[in-house]
Design a protein around this ligand. Structure first.
Ligand SMILES: [Zn+2]
Length: 138
């Protein structure tokens, strides 16, 4: 119903509108349903994990810890010593991206600490070792 143009009718219309709103009370059941609907939404932390804001924080953290420099340097060192990773040690895959996986993520210059793994096995390994706890893969 569109708002009437006549000022008096309009006032009445507003009053009625107010009354209809204040007079409406949600039953407990409705309230419960409403809160359940809200609970069904994406958890805040999940939204946070995928938020651009967090990605920014991540890269800031990496910069702070001089991660780029340290990791890149060691990574280059491993490739220089062992060559490019070409075959996954876990599933023998030779196609796709094969990475050097570091056994404890301390990235020490110990050749034995590095194993060639495909992206999928690398991630599985890191997760199994508790080296990563989310999608953030260094
Ligand atoms: Zn693999």
């Amino acid at each position: 119903m569109p708002a009437p143009k006549d000022p008096i009718k309009y006032k009445l219309y507003i009053e009625r509108l107010k009354l209809s709103h204040t007079g409406k009370k949600f039953s407990d059941g409705t309230k419960e349903k409403m809160s359940l609907t809200r609970k069904g939404k994406i958890p805040k932390n999940l939204a946070w994990l995928t938020s651009p804001e967090l990605n920014k924080k991540r890269s800031e953290k990496m910069r702070r810890e001089n991660w780029d420099g340290g990791y890149s340097a060691v990574h280059a060192w491993v490739i220089k010593k062992k060559g490019k990773a070409s075959k996954c040690e876990d599933c023998s895959k030779e196609t796709g991206k094969i990475e050097w996986s570091n056994k404890d993520h301390k990235y020490q210059r110990i050749l034995g600490d590095y194993n060639a793994r495909c992206v999928s096995c690398h991630r599985k390994y890191d997760l199994s070792q508790g080296l990563i706890k989310n999608n953030y893969h260094l």
